[in-house]
Each structure stands twice: as C-alpha cells, then as structure tokens.
Design a binder for this molecule. Structure first.
Ligand code: NAD
Ligand code: ZN
Ligand code: ZN
Length: 235
C-alpha cells in the first residue's frame, strides 16, 4: 500500500546531505562514493541524481541516494529503511505475513529446563489465500501447511516479555512470510520468518524444542533485529 510518499522522499527523511563524500566505496553498488552510483534506474522509476550521497542519521553509514532508493524499491515499501551494513532500522519495519490469527493461553505443565513455571502456548492459524502485491507472485494462490502451529514459552518473567514482543511482531506482520519452505521445498507457501519459535513441548526431536538455555536470549536478539525491543511496547 502506498503511504503517500515517494520512495525518494522516504529515503531522504533518514539521510543527511554529504557534500564532500569520503574516499570510500558505496557498499551497495561498490563504486566510489565520489563517483556516480553504479546502479541503473529500473524502468519506469523516476530518476534520482546518481551523484547524490547521503549519510544515515542514526548509524552514520554513507551511500549513494540512488542506491538506497533502489534498495527501498526492492523491498515491501512500508516507509521503513534498514541500513544494509549495520542493520539499524529507520521507521517501523513491517513484513508481509498474510492474514490470520494469533492466540495464546497458559497450560499447567512445565517445559524441560524450566521446572519452576507453567507454560505459555501460542497458536498461530493462517489459512491459504491469494498473494498480494507485496508477495513473490501477486495474484497467485499460496498454501499454508501444518496450521494451526503450536509454540511454547516458559511462563516466566522473560518468557512473558518475549510473548509481548511476539504480539508486536505479529501486528507488524513479521512472524511469517510467503516464500519457499527450506524444509519441504514447496514454493508459494507460508513459512516462518526470521524469529525462531519452539514448536515441540516435551521433547526435542526436531531441534525446535526444549531444553534450550539460550532460546529466550536468542529470540530477543532476533526480535531486536526486526526493530522490536522493550521500547516498542510503549507505543
Ligand atoms: P522453513 O522450513 O522454510 O524454515 C524457516 C525457519 O523455520 C528456519 O529458521 C527453520 O529453522 C525454522 N523451522 C523449521 N522447522 C521448524 C519447526 N518444526 N519448528 C520451528 N521452527 C522451524 O519454514 P516452514 O516451512 O514454515 O517450517 C517447516 C515446519 O513447518 C515443519 O517442520 C512443520 O512443523 C511445519 N510444516 C508442517 C507441514 C504439515 O503438513 N504438517 C507442512 C509444512 C511445514
Ligand atoms: Zn552506490
Ligand atoms: Zn549503518
């Protein structure tokens, strides 16, 4: 969906002008920053002056404006930008998860490795449907295998924090995406995105079960990489 701003306007919002580019290469196009961008304009895209250079305001990494606009146009154009070098997120990153439901409840049993607390069970349900413009093959059907998918967290303070952040990730459409399953090889299907879930309760036959003493810290880091932190809970 268009947010009213052109891709160039979105990208410029996160940049400061650089008048004298340093003697370094742009890591998007690999051309020197002092030379024009090596990126060719895609057909039908309005041209961006190829010699303009900008510095991202939070992380300070420098690129050709044209290269950042090309990168933005390759994504889902949600008004956010992620620095390709250090992954700093500008704006609110959203994904392409298709419509569905996320529910959770407490079950009165403990997980291996978490003997002192009960368990949160999350249930994701996504039906098959038709791909939207943000998906790999717009207009084509997608499948949704193995739903409802059940996932588990310890009902501890840290586990409840992860749950809250996962609810934000769900709202931002970042838990699933449509693509090719690396497990089954099937394309145009709903797959996990970059936030790992534990789908086994009492065993660990798939490696997606408990015990896993690092799981909560790992998933917190994966959520941070999607721009979801404790700060996201305040707004
Ligand atoms: P995928 O195989 O492309 O993998 C994407 C990410 O999900 C990877 O990081 C991977 O490590 C992780 N992942 C893979 N299997 C997982 C599992 N069982 N539990 C938690 N994380 C897992 O993504 P996908 O196709 O969405 O995941 C495959 C899993 O989905 C299967 O193992 C199964 O649980 C479920 N599935 C079930 C059916 C079915 O008909 N019952 C069909 C397809 C997939
Ligand atoms: Zn460049
Ligand atoms: Zn950066």
């Amino acid at each position: 969906a268009r947010k009213g701003k052109t891709p160039e306007e979105v990208v410029r919002k996160y940049l400061q002008k650089v008048r004298n580019p340093p003697e370094e290469d742009c890591t998007i196009c690999m051309e020197p920053l002092a030379s024009p961008s090596g990126y060719k304009s895609a057909q039908g895209q309005p041209p961006v002056k190829p010699d303009l250079v900008g510095k991202l305001t939070k992380c300070g990494h420098i690129y050709h404006l044209h290269c950042l606009v090309a990168m933005y146009n390759n994504g889902n154009k949600d008004g956010s930008l992620q620095c390709p070098t250090c992954k700093t997120i500008y704006g609110v990153k959203t994904g392409t998860q298709p419509p569905g439901k996320m529910e959770y409840h407490i079950i009165p049993h403990s997980l291996p490795g978490h003997p002192d607390c009960r368990t949160i069970r999350i249930i994701y349900n996504i039906p098959p449907g038709i791909q939207g413009p943000e998906h790999p093959n717009p207009g084509k059907p997608f499948t949704a295998r193995g739903f409802p998918r059940h996932c588990y967290l310890p009902d501890s303070e840290k586990g409840r924090k992860v749950l809250k952040l996962l609810l934000v990730a769900w709202d931002r459409r970042l838990i699933f995406t449509i693509g090719t399953s690396s497990t089954t090889g099937e394309s145009d299907t709903v797959i996990w995105n970059e936030v790992h879930h534990k789908t086994e309760f009492g065993s660990n036959l798939t490696g997606h079960g408990f015990p896993d003493p690092n799981y909560l810290d790992n998933v917190l880091a994966e959520l941070t990489a999607q721009g979801i932190t404790e700060e996201s809970l305040r707004d």
